[in-house]
Design a protein around this ligand. Structure first.
Ligand code: FMN
Length: 188
């Protein structure tokens, strides 16, 4: 069994093409959400929430992606629109990552809240990886558009940051050996 440090050091995104069934079951999804909630969180604001997109709503999401594309480009061809809509159908499990940042909080800065949300998201990715699942993040203009926000009832003080695609990887992610030599300096 992989150790925690192995899971962290080998985390990689999968291509959407290489994510398949099975997806996390209810108990595994609960662990993934619990992992998110362990992120360090100043004043416990939980400046994020997640929305699991039911398979039955994928068509509605695709419609919103298509409308968003048309808003941005009224001259989009039918092919362009199909490509935009198809993005909503990718990934066997789809979870929207929503930011709930309190801009005028008296004690907790926006930076603190954003870092909490980022840590929560990374914890989700690592928990999913530890359970054997692969992941991929997608934002982009359609995904975070007004059309999608409206379709999904995202509040005006919330931000739809990205979609998390989860599934079983059908090919192993490529190993990576990052050069981190310039990441840490010493102030002495
Ligand atoms: C919030 C967020 C949204 C992202 N959205 C996209 C995206 O729309 N398209 C894309 O190609 N990569 C996107 N990425 C980057 C990839 O998910 C991935 O992290 C990157 O390609 C590096 O690969 P790695 O995760 O294996 O290191 C996003 C990353 C984050 C954190």
């Amino acid at each position: 069994m992989a150790t925690a440090i192995d899971t962290i050091l080998t985390r990689r995104s999968a291509s959407t093409r290489f994510l398949a069934e099975p997806v996390p079951d209810a108990a595994q999804l609960d662990l993934i959400v619990r992992a998110a909630a362990t992120a360090p969180d100043h004043k416990r604001l939980r400046p994020y929430r997640f929305i699991l997109i039911a398979q039955s709503r994928r068509g509605d999401l695709a419609k919103a992606f298509r409308e968003a594309k048309l808003d941005r480009n009224p001259d989009a061809t039918p092919d362009d629109l199909s490509r935009a809509a198809d993005k909503a159908l990718k990934g066997p499990m789809l979870i929207a990552i929503v930011l709930k940042i309190i801009r005028d909080h008296p004690r907790v800065s926006v930076t603190d809240q954003m870092l909490t949300a980022g840590a929560a998201l990374e914890n989700m990715l690592l928990a999913a990886a530890a359970l054997g699942f692969g992941h991929c993040l997608r934002s982009g203009q359609s995904a975070t558009s007004r059309r999608v926000r409206e379709a999904m009832d995202i509040a005006t003080d919330e931000e739809l940051a990205a979609f998390l695609l989860l599934g079983t990887p059908t090919r192993p992610a490529l190993a990576r050996d990052d050069d981190v030599s310039d990441l840490l300096s010493i102030w002495d």
